[in-house]
Design a protein around this ligand. Structure first.
Ligand code: IPM
Ligand code: MN
Length: 357
C-alpha cells in the first residue's frame, strides 16, 4: 500500500527523533512491501525565524493533503517571549484545529522491562499501569475566548464545551475501551464548573444509551491526579477535557518512568491523524544525540495502527521496542541511576532497526 506522510520535524530534538522514526518506517515498508512517501514541512520556531509565522500556509495545506502527519516537537526558549499569536506552540494548536483532530490518545504504559524506572513505590508499580488517556483536543479553555483589559489588570480565559464536542470524543473513548478492559473513567470538575456538569451529563447519557456494556465512572480531577499515583492499575481508559488531559497525561508519563517513551495520536473523523512523541523539544539536549527516539518510533507505530490499519506492522514495531528494552538497552533518560554507560539516541534507533530486519 502507498501512503503520503507529511513530516513536521519542528525544533530542538524534533528533527533527530523524527528521522529515527522515518528510518523505522522505511524498514517496515521494505519488509512488508509498502511505499511511504515522506514530505517535510516547516513549523514552529524555525518557521517563525524563516517566515515570521509559526504555521505557514503551505505546511497546513501539505498536512491537510497528506494521508497522515508525523510531528517532532515545536518551541523553545528562543521563541518564548514572543506575543501570543507568534508563539511556536501556535503551530501545534493550528494543526490540531486545522486538521480537526478532536481526539488525542496518550497511552501511559509501564514497560515490563522498566518497572524500576517508575517513580512509584515498587509494590504499586508491580501492579502495572496501562492507561489510555483520551484527551479532547480542539475545544475547551485552549480555544475559548480570552483577553486582557486595557489597563492590564485583568485577564480571562474561557472553558467552553458543546454537547456534540463532548459526545464525539466520549464516543471514541467508549469504542477504545471496548477493545481493552471496557472501563471508562471520565474526569471533570463537576463540583465547581458548569462546563464539567455538562461534560458529565453528556458522557453518561451517551454511555447509557449506546455503551451499556462499558463500565463508566467519574472522578474529580483533583482526586484523579491523586489516584493516578496511588493506584494507576485502577484505570483503563480516561476521557477528559483538553486542559485536564494536558496535565494528567504528563503526570501519567512520569508514572511510567520516562516521558521519552510516550507516544501520542491525534485523530479526527477521517483516517488522517497526527502522530507525535509527547516529550517536547528538550532544547538542553538537542543536537547531542542524547534524545531517546523510542517515543517517536512508538508514535510511528500508532500511525500504522490508527490511520493505515496496518496492525501487524504496528505490533512488530511495538514488540521491537519492548524487546530492545528487555535486552537491557537504555538511553540516558531511562538508565538506572548508578549505570555508567548508556546508548546514544542513534544507537538506540539502531537496536530497534536490528530487531526489525
Ligand atoms: C502538549 C503540549 C501542548 C499542549 C503545548 C505545547 C501547546 O503541552 O501537547 O501536551 O498544551 O497541548
Ligand atoms: Mn502538555
Amino acid at each position: 500500500m502507498k501512503f503520503n506522510i507529511a513530516v513536521v520535524p519542528g525544533d530542538g530534538i524534533g528533527p533527530e527523533v523524527t528521522s529515527a522514526a522515518i528510518e523505522v518506517l522505511e524498514t517496515i515498508a521494505k519488509k512488508y512491501g509498502h511505499e511511504f512517501v515522506f514530505k517535510t514541512y516547516i513549523a514552529g520556531g524555525g518557521a517563525i525565524d524563516k517566515f515570521g509565522d509559526p504555521l505557514p500556509k503551505e505546511t497546513l495545506e501539505g498536512c491537510i493533503n497528506s494521508d497522515s502527519v508525523m510531528l517532532g516537537a515545536v518551541g523553545g526558549p528562543k521563541w518564548d517571549n514572543l506575543p501570543g499569536k507568534m508563539r511556536a506552540e501556535n503551530a501545534l494548536l493550528g494543526l490540531r484545529k486545522g486538521l480537526e483532530l478532536f481526539t488525542n490518545l496518550r497511552p501511559a504504559v509501564i514497560q515490563p522491562a522498566l518497572k524500576n524506572a517508575s517513580v512509584l513505590r515498587a509494590d504499586i508499580a508491580e501492579k502495572g499501569c496501562d492507561i489510555m488517556i483520551v484527551r479532547e483536543l480542539t475545544g475547551g479553555i485552549y480555544f475559548g475566548e480570552r483577553g486582557r483589559s486595557e489597563d492590564g489588570n485583568m485577564a480571562f480565559d474561557t472553558e467552553i464545551y458543546t454537547v456534540p464536542e463532548i459526545e464525539r470524543v466520549a464516543r471514541r473513548a467508549f469504542e477504545i475501551a471496548r477493545k481493552r478492559k471496557s472501563h471508562v473513567t471520565s474526569i471533570d470538575k463537576a463540583n465547581i464548573l458548569e462546563s464539567s456538569r455538562l461534560w458529565r451529563d453528556t458522557v453518561h447519557r451517551l454511555g447509557e444509551a449506546e455503551y451499556p456494556d462499558v463500565k463508566l465512572d467519574d472522578l474529580l480531577v483533583d482526586n484523579a491526579s491523586m489516584q493516578i499515583i496511588r493506584d494507576p492499575s485502577f484505570f483503563d481508559v480516561i476521557v477528559t477535557s483538553n486542559m485536564f488531559g494536558d496535565i494528567l497525561s504528563d503526570e501519567s508519563a512520569q508514572v511510567t518512568g520516562s516521558i521519552g517513551l510516550l507516544a501520542s495520536a491525534s485523530l479526527g473523523e477521517s483516517q488522517r491523524g497526527m502522530y507525535e512523541p509527547i516529550h517536547g523539544t528538550a532544547p538542553d539536549i538537542a543536537g547531542k544525540d542524547l534524545a531517546n527516539p523510542l517515543a517517536a518510533i512508538l508514535s510511528a507505530a500508532m500511525m500504522l495502527r490508527y490511520s493505515f490499519d496496518l496492525t501487524e506492522e504496528a505490533d512488530e514495531i511495538d514488540k521491537a521496542v519492548s524487546d530492545v528494552l528487555l535486552d537491557g538497552w537504555r538511553t540516558a533518560d531511562i538508565k538506572d541511576p548508578d549505570a555508567t554507560t548508556w546508548l546514544k539516541g542513534s544507537e538506540m534507533k539502531q537496536k530497534v532497526l536490528e530487531k526489525l530486519l
